[in-house]
Design a protein around this ligand. Structure first.
Ligand code: 6OG
Length: 176
């Protein structure tokens, strides 16, 4: 078990009232699935900084036009660090692979701005009651509703490929 190489990732879910902002992943890992916004934590940044900078890139200030290449120059929404709440720790392992993905999940409730499509993600608001689970990672229905309702989760999932969960351990009530 301890032979895994641990890699850090973030996912951030923006919740506004009863709706949630998801992004359709157009390329890369998890392509074709809806998910929160996130990615690898770059060396030299904290997990929380990684989550916030990711949102800065994808959610624009209102009134600014997004023109693809200028994406990074656009000011992102202001998501103060104190409004980014850590809600879950997820560990993913994949049969036959040495990497353990440790995904830190954050919830943001306060923000201003207009979600804007990027080369990687197509954002869309979903009602919390109608999340597109059939087009999301298969672990999501087991923990995402819990954190959207205000709970905390620690969980581990062992996958075969990207569709089958071979084993899982889910603990509600706390995260790391
Ligand atoms: P990039 O390759 O885009 O980072 N991620 C998962 N998210 C969910 N909900 N379930 C999984 O089940 C996941 N595995 C990875 C972490 C990949 C992004 O995908 C998330 C990152 O936010 C296996 O840099």
């Amino acid at each position: 078990m301890s032979q895994y190489i641990r890699k850090l990732y973030t996912i951030i879910f923006v919740r506004e009232g009863t709706r949630v902002l998801l992004g359709y992943k157009k390329r890369g890992f998890g392509q074709g699935r809806w998910n929160g916004f996130g990615g690898k934590v770059e060396s030299g940044e904290t997990v929380k900084e990684g989550a916030v900078s990711y949102v800065d890139v994808f959610v624009m200030k209102p009134g600014k036009e997004s023109t693809g290449g200028e994406l990074k120059e656009e000011a992102g929404i202001d998501v103060p660090h104190q409004d980014v709440e850590k809600v879950a720790d997820l560990e993913f392992t994949f049969e036959g692979e040495k990497t353990l993905m440790h995904v830190h999940v954050f919830l943001v409730k306060a923000f201003t701005g207009m979600p804007t499509e990027s080369e990687e993600m197509r954002p869309r608001w979903f009602s919390m009651e109608e999340l597109p689970f059939s087009d999301m990672w298969p672990d999501d229905p087991m923990w995402l509703p819990v954190v959207l309702r205000g709970g905390k989760v620690r969980a581990a999932f062992h996958f075969r490929g990207h569709n089958d969960i071979l084993s899982q351990r889910i603990e509600e009530g706390r995260c790391l």
